[in-house]
Design a protein around this ligand. Structure first.
Ligand SMILES: Nc1ncnc2c1ncn2[C@@H]1O[C@H](COP(=O)(O)OP(=O)(O)OP(=O)(O)O)[C@@H](O)[C@H]1O
Ligand SMILES: [Mg+2]
Length: 223
């Protein structure tokens, strides 16, 4: 599991993250929602070990893979990007071809990755991660650049990877539909703090706080 205790991130006097306690178990998908600047990426970046925390503890008993909000491909072909990211060489060609197919990238396999569109690049970023087995996936808005079909592809690939590996997932989204579709638990972040958390049905249809109600009302315009 990943366990967070009294986690704080400050920039100067400003606290952008303050989470007394949060646990993500293996086999569980936790979706973090909240407005721009609420601390979603900060949380994932600290857990991924690429941003230092100001205070608190992060405990993790497994290997963590992280897909940032904006991924930069290596200067290689699409297929080479995935092969290059693989830690294990066993049946690697076949696994790579399967992933390219699952992500609808087979036709672009030999294209330079730097020339991909934003949505294609995001699919490749996921491919570079799921070529490996891990205990926890951190996905920061994995479908932000996707059209409707691309979103469905990514969501089904995430579900399949979780089913096959039993990993735990902590991901962020601005899509209520995605939260409903993927989450076992939804966490609502507001100004760096957990405002509410619960099952997607509970939280999205019946928020408890005034702020949560306002946030969900704005979201409903979108559904
Ligand atoms: N290096 C920095 N110095 C000062 N403030 C920062 C720095 N990095 C991030 N912040 C602030 O921390 C807050 C949280 O940022 P974060 O990127 O975690 O938000 P977010 O919830 O991921 O937003 P978005 O939905 O736009 O991706 C923001 O107000 C941001 O301006
Ligand atoms: Mg973010």
């Amino acid at each position: 599991m990943i366990k967070i205790l009294n986690l704080k991130k400050q920039y100067g006097e400003r606290t952008v993250l303050n989470i007394p306690e949060l646990t993500v178990n293996k086999g569980e998908t936790v979706v973090v929602v909240g407005p721009n600047g609420s601390g979603k990426s900060t949380l994932l970046r600290i857990l991924a070990g690429i941003l230092s925390k100001t205070d608190g503890e992060v405990l993790a008993d497994g290997e963590i893979y992280y897909m940032p909000q904006q991924s930069i491909p290596f200067s290689k072909s699409v297929k080479e990007n995935i092969l290059f990211s693989a830690k294990d060489s066993k049946e690697i060609e076949k696994r790579c071809d399967d992933i390219l197919s699952e992500l609808s990238l087979s036709h672009l396999a030999n294209k330079k990755a730097k020339k991909l569109s934003g949505g294609e690049c995001q699919r490749l970023a996921l491919g570079r991660i799921i070529i490996n087995q891990c205990d926890f996936l951190l996905l920061d808005e994995p479908t932000s650049a996707m059209d409707i079909e691309g979103t469905e592809i990514i969501e089904s690939v995430i579900k399949k990877y979780k089913q096959e590996t039993g990993c735990g997932i902590l991901m962020t989204t601005h899509s209520p539909k995605q939260a409903k579709n993927l989450a076992d638990r939804v966490i609502m972040l507001h100004e760096g703090q957990i405002a509410e958390q619960g099952s997607p049905d509970e939280l999205l249809s019946n928020p408890q706080t005034n702020w949560g109600k306002k946030f969900i009302d704005m979201w409903k315009i979108d559904t």
